[in-house]
Design a protein around this ligand. Sequence first.
Ligand code: ADP
Ligand code: MG
Length: 223
Amino acid sequence: MAECLIRAEKVSKHYRLGEETVRANDEVSLEVTAGGFYALTGPSGSGKTTLLDILGCLDTIDSGRLTAFGRDVSRMRESQLVTVRRGNIGFMFQDFMLVDTLTVRENVELGLALSRSPGSPDRVEEIIGTVGLHPRRGHLPKQLSGGERQRAALARALVSSPRVLIADEPTGNLDSRNSEAIYSLFKELNEREGLTIVVATHDAELAARAGTILSMIDGRIVP
Ligand SMILES: Nc1ncnc2c1ncn2[C@@H]1O[C@H](COP(=O)(O)OP(=O)(O)O)[C@@H](O)[C@H]1O
Ligand SMILES: [Mg+2]
């Protein structure tokens, strides 16, 4: 049986807005197993980003239990969570989050520096090649198309060879041709390299590439 990398048990995250409590995640239980490809779908506000941030150890939980990479992270603070993320989790966002003043190669190198993993210049070149950006590696983000920017962001997320890729609406700002390039890369990385992927998406074609589709409504995963 595949190894369980991240386990959420009745995890809740609430926000207080004046008198009202927003149940962003409401007793969510989920197992992310090695080699899995999961798509989180559901309407805007249903809790997808909150759940990705929790699974990615970017955010704390209010109740329940979260285990990640063999550690109980339920009560950890940010200073401890960062050590769980490092080398284990890579992130991608809808708006790319590249540093505008750095080239593609420098953005990817930054991913390595932040993860503090023992990467090498060869690894940087290799991952830039994997996403098809060798000819663009000296370019700044503003000199790239949206699709190229997202592929640069993918290279940055993966340069430290994390076990899990967490992607929040990665094709939300891309046209269909550029989205297709992301679908193919995800599929290839998942199937050939065993990369575990958790993606939140409104894009039905992207969700269709996943092995498991999880639908969220009102902070819960619906059966
Ligand atoms: N930092 C926050 N403060 C207050 N409410 C929040 C915060 N983050 C998310 N929420 C609320 O939690 C719910 C779930 O949000 P989110 O996880 O972003 O959903 P989705 O990604 O599916 O659109 C929404 O009602 C949202 O307004
Ligand atoms: Mg969201």
